[in-house]
Design a protein around this ligand. Structure first.
Ligand SMILES: Cc1ncc(C[n+]2csc(CCOP(=O)(O)OP(=O)(O)O)c2C)c(N)n1
Length: 354
């Protein structure tokens, strides 16, 4: 539902995940690793920020990790994604290594953006990672262009533009979704409805009851998923992908979730009513729900999950340590490769930018 409310009763019994899934047990274990890695990566990033090692904003996804992980898991490696700044989990599923993101955050010389940016505003086109930009909603029209090019090459690739519910109020959202609809492009726009766009509660964002209703106006398929149930996110996305890849046109998928952290680390969430965050932490946490599901369905034992956490801690610490040990950019490099790669004098390029 679109409204924000604090006075929610606890669920009758603790929430788990849906039981019907086409995922193998091995895939379900992999999904657990991605979900946990996303949460632990965020925790590590917050720690680095508190140690004053990061200069940029830190935008975490605490409480909404399942939306990015579950939906991205339903894609094929050749498909495209344009994640939102909070969709770190989708980047991992797409094959982006934590060390690459740490390099970006730490502003290292060998980061994909060479320290000209300290978020993950970069692309890895070979992996179908088109990357995010700051301007809300603007990646939707960009993805329509990506898909038109892909269609001309006679590929059958799907593209996903992730946005928050706040971005669905922009002109770019309308132009992009409408164009994709008219052109019958295989674009899936995932609206992550997480309760707030910065400090604006969802009830002040749109007058319709659910964002998925917007699909009707564009004449495209609309789907909804429980964003805190990673299996449901996967299954509904699978349906969206089959629709888009099958030549039936664009899809609007609304996932319901909740952002338990502020917009970024500096945001103290004073605008959130008392008790609301605690309710979601206690009763509707995607990690807790999936762990309950895994145990109930005998996919993983508590000991196996603990082992995964231990492995991930070692892995992420090593990734961050490696990134920290990499050289900072040279001051001269700030003059090049911002607007036009061709302006770097060839003789200078290797020396300055290596
Ligand atoms: C076109 C545009 N307007 C305003 C901003 C400033 N801004 C950055 S994030 C944000 C809130 C985003 O909310 P939402 O789209 O719901 O995503 P969420 O942060 O909740 O994941 C705003 C207003 C922007 N980046 N781009």
């Amino acid at each position: 539902m679109i409204t924000n409310t604090t006075a929610r009763p606890a669920p009758k019994k603790p929430l788990s995940c849906i039981n019907e899934t086409s995922l193998t047990k091995e895939q379900q274990r992999e999904l657990y690793r991605y979900l946990k890695m996303t949460r632990m990566f965020d925790e590590k990033t917050v720690m680095l920020k508190r140690q004053a090692k990061l200069t940029g904003g830190v935008f975490t996804s605490l409480g909404q990790e399942a939306t990015a992980v579950g939906t991205a898991y339903a894609l094929e490696p050749r498909d495209f994604i344009a994640p939102l700044i909070r969709d770190i989990g989708a980047c991992f599923v797409k094959g982006i290594e934590p060390r690459t993101i740490f390099l970006q955050y730490l502003g290292k010389g060998s980061a994909p953006s060479r320290a000209t940016d300290v978020q993950f505003h970069f692309a890895d086109l070979e992996n179908g990672f088109v990357g995010p930009i700051s301007h809300l909603g603007d990646m939707i029209p960009v993805m329509t262009g990506v898909l038109l090019a892909s269609r001309m090459k006679k590929e059958n690739r799907v593209a996903v533009a992730y946005i928050g519910e706040g971005a669905s109020s922009t002109g770019a959202f309308h132009e992009g979704v409408n164009f994709a609809a008219v052109q019958k492009l295989p674009l899936i726009t995932v609206i992550e409805n997480n309760g707030y766009a910065y400090s604006t509660p969802t009830r002040n964002q749109a007058a319709c009851s659910n964002f998925v209703e917007k699909a009707v106006g564009y004449g495209i398929k609309g789907l909804t998923a429980d964003g805190n149930d990673v299996i449901h996110c996967y299954e509904v996305m699978k349906e969206a992908v089959a629709h888009a890849r099958g030549g039936n046109g664009a899809v609007l998928l609304e996932v319901h979730t909740y952002r338990r952290k502020g917009h970024a680390e500096h945001d103290n969430q004073a605008y959130v009513p008392d008790g609301e965050i605690a309710w979601w932490a206690e009763h509707n946490d995607p990690m807790t729900r999936y762990e309950k599901y895994l145990i109930e369905n005998k996919v993983m034992s508590q000991a196996e999950m603990d082992e995964t956490v231990k492995d991930l801690k070692t892995f992420l610490d090593a990734e961050a340590d490696w990134a920290e040990s990499q050289p900072d950019p040279t001051p001269e490099s700030a003059a090049y490769e911002v607007f036009d790669n061709s302006i770097v004098p060839p003789a200078f390029k290797k020396e300055v930018l290596s």
